[in-house]
Design a protein around this ligand. Structure first.
Ligand code: SF4
Length: 443
């Protein structure tokens, strides 16, 4: 957490000389705390105070990027422990481990499957981020596999090897692609740090405990290697979550620079359900990157959905544009269904209308992103608002009939809405899953 205005004030000369453009040192301190002004405006700061203030201006968790182009993954730069305090900004990168012991054709098959792991949910595209190549064989084989993977996927690449020669070979092939190096330990620190510096590559720092990680990040930072990701190795899930939580807490609340980096976790379970569960725990609790073995679509979709939910601003629900949406080959006889502009509500209704194969219109009413019942309780989904939307979006011009289907949960408003809109109100199913049979049996 950065210094407060009062903390900063205590460091200032307190002469109120006004040279910074502010009436008092306190006013200047308040602006510094908000990062609305630079420290250079006060010419009377000592070198020591300057250093302290410059340090507090840095983000508590460093922003790290892996990969290049439109598949570049950015992690870190988070500012809060809990998403209700503000929001989480940079979604966990999800990647898959490929062993170099696999045959070329097995690698190609797995890569083709990984490249297909893209989903559309509530209007957003959900994608995976990384492929990690792990060395089991010779460095020549590792480098061969790096070539193969690099040519077969646009995703960011993680190079996993203890052999600096193998890592160097991989880095040569991936020049300009910004791969992540995995990993620096106490034993190989010098050689791997040299590679990270030479190729300007981000680097994973590995130790079994956070004290060991601090020692390594401090040593690397003093050598000018500071694009780091931290890892504390395989351990029971509860201990791992403890490490992830503690490192985030110490970075944010205690300004511990040696832990101010995003974290990486490996998940390697034989049981695919347990693997998905473990990965989900780390996505929920602060992992910057999760690397796993499983590439099944059902595993990955569950994790991407969880990630999407956690990294959505809880104070700003996902919304769609309020308007009249034609679904399928509509005509003036097509039914008209009304719902809210909460993305999840709209896309759920959309999915069921499409499944019914009955062309229909959906009117999305502006409820500030609230779902049907919440909006109704908050008086954002009222007969008056629905009626206004019907008129504004030209529903009466689009269809020749005078019927409107409302969600079953708000059947109570039928009479008032009928009076307000002049339309015949038909109460639809309570759950969207009932829409296909409802539409097929309408009329
Ligand atoms: S220039 Fe420095 S000493 Fe003068 S008022 Fe501003 S903060 Fe205070």
């Amino acid at each position: 957490m950065g210094l407060s205005g009062l903390d900063i004030y205590k460091l200032l000369p307190k002469t109120n000389c006004r040279e910074c453009g502010f009436a008092t040192c306190l006013a200047f301190a308040m602006q510094l705390a908000k990062k609305a002004v630079g420290i250079d405006k006060c010419p009377y700061l000592t070198a020591e105070v300057k250093e302290k203030l410059e340090a507090q201006a840095l983000p508590p968790i460093k922003l790290i990027s892996v990969g290049s182009g439109d598949k570049r993954l950015e992690i870190g730069n988070e500012t809060v422990m809990f998403r209700h305090e503000e929001k989480f900004y940079r979604p966990t990168g999800i990647g898959f481990i490929l062993e170099d012991a696999l045959t070329d054709s097995e690698i190609k098959t797995r890569l083709a499957k990984i490249n297909q792991l893209k989903f559309e949910r509530v209007g957003q595209s959900l994608e995976v981020n990384l492929v990690a190549i792990r060395q089991n064989k010779t460095s020549a084989r590792f480098i061969e596999v790096v070539k193969l993977v690099s040519a077969s996927t646009p995703l960011g690449i993680v190079l996993m090897s203890n052999d600096p020669q193998a890592l160097k070979g991989g880095l040569e092939i991936l020049k300009g692609k910004n791969p992540l190096l995995y990993h620096a330990t106490q034993e190989n620190l010098k050689a791997v740090a040299q590679l990270a510096k030479e190729y300007k590559a981000p680097l994973v720092v590995y130790s079994q405990d956070l004290e060991g990680v601090c020692a390594l990040t401090t040593a690397l930072a003093s050598q000018g290697v500071s694009d780091l990701v931290i890892e504390t190795g395989k351990k029971p899930v509860s201990e791992k979550i403890w490490d992830l939580t503690q490192s985030r807490r110490l970075a944010l609340k205690k300004s511990d620079r040696s832990l101010g980096y995003p974290s990486l976790t490996l998940v390697e379970q034989d049981d695919p359900y347990e693997e998905a569960q473990e990965a989900a725990s780390y996505i929920a609790k602060y992992a910057g990157i999760v690397l796993m073995k499983g590439i099944e679509a059902w595993q990955v979709l569950a994790l991407l959905t969880l990630r999407q939910n956690i990294y959505t601003d809880p104070q700003k629900p996902l919304q769609i544009e309020p308007k009249l949406y034609p679904i399928g080959q509509v005509n003036d006889k097509s039914p008209v269904l009304v719902t809210t502009n909460f993305s999840l509500s709209y896309y759920t209704v959309l999915g069921e209308v499409e499944a019914s194969k009955v062309p229909a219109y959906i009117v999305s009413v502006d409820t500030e992103g609230m779902s049907v019942l919440t909006a109704w309780a908050a008086e954002k989904f009222t007969p008056q608002k629905i009626s206004e939307s019907i008129n504004k979006f030209g529903v009466k011009e689009a269809v020749s009939h005078k019927q409107l289907v409302i969600p079953g949960y708000v059947a109570v408003m039928s009479g008032e809405l009928q009076d307000e809109s002049g339309l015949e109100i038909i109460v639809g199913p309570k759950e969207a899953a009932g829409i296909p049979s409802f539409l097929k049996n309408l009329h």
